[in-house]
Design a binder for this molecule. Structure first.
Ligand SMILES: *Cc1c(COP(=O)(O)O)cnc(C)c1O
Length: 390
């Protein structure tokens, strides 16, 4: 049963926050926060909410329409205009995402890239500068290195975020607006020192934006000091490799600016999530913590056993496919696939060697079954590959 207190929302908070500020202080644990988020029931009392599959919404009084467009009546009070703006089912998922990340609000988008590009456009504006980690997802690197400079004169410097001095030196007083990095980097798994980077960013007046795609429920960037958390929901949160989706989690004021009817990038570029997709995803969040535990446990076993075998790189097991966070093990050669947008120098600085193979360890089958398959594949690999090389 939903707690009545979780139904409160302020007039300024339209994007799924409600009492998330309270949730933030009450729940240091994302699983606890998620479980206490408002639970929507179905139209006929179903345990699951109904899918509001409507592009547009009816209004009974002409006066109401005026007040909705003036921003006086919004989704926080159950007034909806049009689903590119807000949709109840998407809003429900946004509330769950805000609870998960311990932010005041969140907004779900059609992809991780649209979440990232929209929030950077909002925070930077033309001529702005971003200090970014040199170890980033290939698409984000390409957005910052190629697309933004060409499209809107937003530029970026790429630095080693383990080197606080390098981060500080890259900040251009007055011009740099954002410090951007991944909590755990794709594909090199570099773990960011979120508290220290956030403190440095804030001392310099920057907004700290963290991509938490690789570590939902494992790390909570906003609880560790970051301002904004972005996600590719397409990976672990979805968990089935069937949906492309994303989210921006942050303050209600940032979300409302991004949704502004006159100049908000989410509102005007329109990377909207479909209500049916939002429903599917909201049914997967309750078991995200269990999935993350099993992914992590099995990845640890694999890493330990591989180390015992004296192997750093390996191949021919699982499915060869890009992406990650699937229940089956996925493997990809990052340098020639998801990080191929980076030039040789950028790859080198990110620590992506030509032979680097990313392993996203799944959880189907028994661990022993999957490990013995892997060992078999490995010995075949040694038979066929190694003699040719020596
Ligand atoms: C996949 C990924 C993205 C892009 O997300 P899409 O949902 O594919 O648009 C961004 N960041 C990271 C770390 C990713 O792994």
């Amino acid at each position: 049963m939903a707690d009545a207190a979780t139904h409160t929302a302020t007039a300024t908070n339209n994007c799924g926050g409600g009492n998330a500020k309270k949730a933030f202080s009450l729940f240091a644990d994302p699983a606890a926060a998620l479980a206490s988020a408002r639970h929507e029931f179905g139209e006929h009392g179903g345990v699951n909410m109904s899918i509001e599959a409507s592009a547009t919404f009816t209004v009974m009084e002409p006066e109401t329409m005026k007040r909705m467009f003036a921003g006086e009546l919004g989704p926080d009070r159950d007034f909806f205009i049009y689903s590119r703006h807000f949709n109840p089912t998407v809003l429900n998922l946004s509330r769950q995402m805000a609870a998960l990340e311990g932010t005041e609000a969140a907004y779900c988008t059609s992809s991780g890239m649209s979440a990232i590009s929209s929030v950077l456009l909002q925070l930077c504006g033309t001529g702005g500068h971003v200090v970014a980690s040199s170890a980033l997802y290939g698409g984000t690197h390409a957005l910052l290195a190629n697309f933004f400079p060409k499209a809107c004169n937003i530029t970026a410097s790429f630095v080693d975020i383990n080197d606080m001095q390098a981060v500080e030196s890259a900040i251009q007083e007055g011009k740099t607006k954002v410090l951007y990095f991944e909590a755990v980097s794709n594909p090199t798994l570099q773990v960011a020192n979120i508290p220290e980077l956030s403190a440095l960013g804030h001392r310099k007046g920057l907004t700290v934006v963290v991509d938490n795609t690789f570590a939902p429920m494992v790390l909570s960037p906003a609880r560790l000091g970051a301002d904004v958390v972005v996600h590719s929901i397409s990976k672990f949160i979805s968990g089935a490799a069937d949906i492309i989706a994303g989210a921006v989690c942050g303050s209600a004021s940032l979300m409302n600016k991004m949704m502004d009817l006159h100049d908000g990038p989410l509102m005007l570029l329109g990377p909207t999530m479909n209500a049916k997709v939002a429903f599917e995803l909201s049914e997967r969040l309750p078991h995200l913590s269990i999935r993350m535990k099993e992914h992590s446990h099995r990845a640890m076993v694999y890493a330990t056993r591989l180390k015992d075998l004296g192997i750093k790189n390996s191949a021919q097991f699982g499915l060869m496919a890009v992406s990650l966070g699937y229940y089956e093990t996925l493997m990809s050669c990052s340098g020639s696939s998801t990080s191929s947008e980076m030039d040789e120098d950028a790859k080198k600085r990110a620590g992506i060697s030509p032979g680097l193979i990313r392993f996203s360890v799944g959880f189907v089958g028994t661990l022993d079954q999957k490990w013995s398959q892997f060992e078999k594949a490995l010995s075949k690999f040694h038979e066929t590959e190694l003699p040719n090389k020596s």
